[in-house]
Design a protein around this ligand. Structure first.
Ligand SMILES: N[C@@H](CCC[C@H](N)C(=O)O)C(=O)O
Length: 281
């Protein structure tokens, strides 16, 4: 089976072209593909399938041709993947499967249709306005950290660290604890600290994330949207540009009441063939 490998600020994906929805993709195949020793290795899988050919996307086939069928590294499904939509767009354009019209390309996700905007190096995507919810807590080692629930299509808990806690020193080798009554389907947990001002942004923060289904990753686009929304709220603003530095690079978030543009690099690094039978043997 053909595959490509790509990443957005180090959040990496295996892309599987399956335009007619014929591949019987299973959680165990996804987990094997994402295995960094026995498989290709990735934070998730993006199956590239026509919306008209996938039962979860067919209702949107009039609005967008392609469905990003996103799977986490552990084989679970997620509603949204911000960096995934940007890498998916790069793949569609570079393979000639789609071309932007007026610079934009619509993509179907489990969370509805998002609009990607294609620049030469960067790809931006409008994930829609994040919905800020109530408070929650994350536990990590001996720490109990206050957070804010944010819905970006998928669930997030944004924990802004007190100045006394060093972001780089957090041990994210294991999942943080969270309130499963508040997040019955699990949650992506972001840890945030402030950073000195940078040109072109109203606010600048540092972020690490422990992703539902993928453990700690170098970047999370929807997580960066959630973090930017909380940073703007805490600054008493409803709109603005937030630079979010993740271990894999910089994402730029531009928010107003209606939209959240997530922009950053999206690159394809490999194309090849994988033996699915050997992978799961
Ligand atoms: N890395 C992604 C988010 C992927 C899905 C997430 N792990 C979940 O289960 O919700 C991003 O860039 O948004």
């Amino acid at each position: 089976m053909q595959f490509s490998k790509g990443h957005g600020t180090g959040n990496d994906f295996v892309l599987l072209p399956d335009p007619d929805g014929q591949l019987d993709l299973t959680p165990s195949i996804v987990a094997a593909l994402c295995d960094r020793r026995r498989g290709i290795g990735a934070d998730g899988v993006l199956r590239v399938v026509r919306a008209a050919k996938h039962p979860e996307a067919v209702a949107y086939a009039g609005a967008a041709e392609w469905f990003m069928d996103y799977w986490n590294a552990d084989g679970s499904l997620a509603e949204m993947c911000g960096n995934g939509t940007r890498v998916f767009t790069r793949y569609l354009i570079s393979t000639g499967l789609a071309a932007p019209v007026g610079g934009t390309l619509p993509i179907v996700t489990r969370s509805g249709v998002v609009r990607a905007e294609v620049g030469s190096a960067e790809i931006g995507v409008d994930l829609g306005a994040p919905r800020i919810g109530g408070g929650g807590v994350a536990t990590l080692g001996g720490l109990t950290l206050a957070g804010t629930a944010v819905d970006c299509g998928n669930p997030h808990l944004v924990c802004v660290l007190p100045a006394s806690i060093d972001l780089a020193g957090l041990d994210l080798a294991r999942s943080p604890g969270f309130d499963s009554a508040l997040f019955p389907d699990g949650v992506n947990v972001e840890f945030v600290s402030s950073a000195p001002p940078v040109a072109g942004a109203d606010l600048h923060v540092l972020m690490r994330v422990y992703e539902r289904g993928s453990a700690e990753t170098l970047s999370c686009g929807s997580g960066a949207c959630a973090v930017a929304a909380v940073a703007l709220r805490d600054a008493g603003r409803t709109a603005g540009v937030v630079a979010v530095d993740v271990p894999g690079g910089r994402l730029t978030l531009t928010l107003d009441e209606q939209s959240c543009w997530l922009a950053g690099p999206a690159v394809l690094v490999a194309h090849g063939e994988i033996d699915l039978a050997a992978l799961t043997a």
